[in-house]
Design a binder for this molecule. Structure first.
Ligand code: C2E
Ligand code: MG
Ligand code: MG
Ligand code: MG
Length: 288
């Protein structure tokens, strides 16, 4: 048995695996410090209303400005989720977006709605969505003129799959506060149409994997159109993600998609750049 164990141990800890485990431990330690060291930043990406061509929404996308270079979310969010750090990080994102949107409201002519991504692990935190949580995160913003309709939360299908009553209650809390809910990455998970019936969802975001190969005779076009027709019949509006070409925009317009997000319109960018490029200062707007 000892021999087998020895072999197993040898088998499980190759130098590569040891190095990977070490990288992970180092990243975890650095991630723990990142809020305190003010290394997080929220980028904003415009979302366009296809019927008017105007910006009506944006998505808040987290960036980690590590001293050695920016770390993309997909490289640290899974680790933050596994370790529960996403609770603090997610709360920081909420507070930061509320602060930023409140500031924008003071300076720009905007009723922009900003989408905030949420991970299932955040819903496991007992404080999340409790009255104190809303007070702490949103109190100042609401006092300085923030309208809850300026916020939207993005959830994933995996959240709805796991959904017990406490998760459903939390989603309802957002709705009760006047915050809309979008189902992100639609079509990639175990899409079950019953979620759409069971939960009150305001928006579906069609995943970019359906958008990237859109062409006039493609199956993806048929799928997108079917999703849009179904969503509209259920009173749900549709946002297409990852729109990169003019042809994609035209096809999505033809099948009556409501909103588009993607590099064709603008990349995610720091708040200052975003407002310079996309928001109109209030004093330039006719008051009458
Ligand atoms: P997501 O919520 O689906 O966000 C959309 C992703 O698509 C973003 O990647 C965005 O930069 C990218 N994107 C937008 N337009 C285009 C395009 O035209 N082409 C291509 N190829 N990509 C496009 P990003 O910023 O790297 O974020 C990746 C994921 O990380 C997000 O996917 C979201 O799941 C997660 N994430 C980001 N910020 C947060 C956060 O604050 N909290 C949580 N829990 N997750 C976050
Ligand atoms: Mg999202
Ligand atoms: Mg998405
Ligand atoms: Mg996605």
């Amino acid at each position: 048995a000892a021999k087998a164990e020895g072999r197993n141990r040898f088998h499980y800890f190759t130098p590569e695996m040891e190095a990977a485990a070490q990288r992970r431990r180092r990243m975890l330690n650095e991630l723990r410090e990142a809020i305190k060291l003010q290394q997080f930043e929220v980028y904003y990406q415009p979302i366009i209303d296809l019927s008017t061509g105007k910006i009506v929404k944006a998505e808040a996308l987290l960036r980690w400005n590590h001293p050695k270079g920016q770390v993309p979310p997909l490289d640290f969010i899974p680790l933050a989720e596994e370790t529960g750090l996403i609770v603090d990080i997610g709360n920081w994102v909420f507070a930061e977006v509320v602060r930023q949107v409140s500031v924008w409201k003071g300076y720009f002519d905007t009723d922009l709605q900003v989408g905030i991504n949420t991970s299932p692990a955040q819903y496991l935190d007992e404080n999340f969505c409790e009255p104190d949580w809303f007070g702490n995160i949103m109190g100042n913003g609401l006092a300085s003129g923030l309208n809850p309709a300026n916020l939207c939360i993005e959830i994933t299908e995996s959240l709805l799959m796991e959904a017990g009553s406490s998760i459903t209650d939390k989603l309802l809390q957002f709705r009760d506060h006047g915050i809309e809910v979008a189902l992100d990455d639609f079509g990639t998970g175990y899409s079950s149409l019953s979620y759409l019936k069971q939960f009150d969802i305001d928006y579906l975001k069609i995943d970019q994997s359906f958008v990237s190969n859109l062409s006039p005779a493609s199956q993806d076009l048929v799928l997108c159109e079917a999703i849009i027709v179904m969503a509209h019949k259920l009173g749900i509006r549709v946002i297409a993600e990852g729109v990169e070409t003019e042809e994609q925009r035209q096809l999505l317009t033809a099948i009556e998609c409501d909103y588009c997000q993607g590099y064709l319109f603008g990349r995610p960018m720091p708040a200052k750049e975003f407002s310079d490029q996309w928001l109109i200062p209030s004093h330039l707007i006719d008051q009458d």
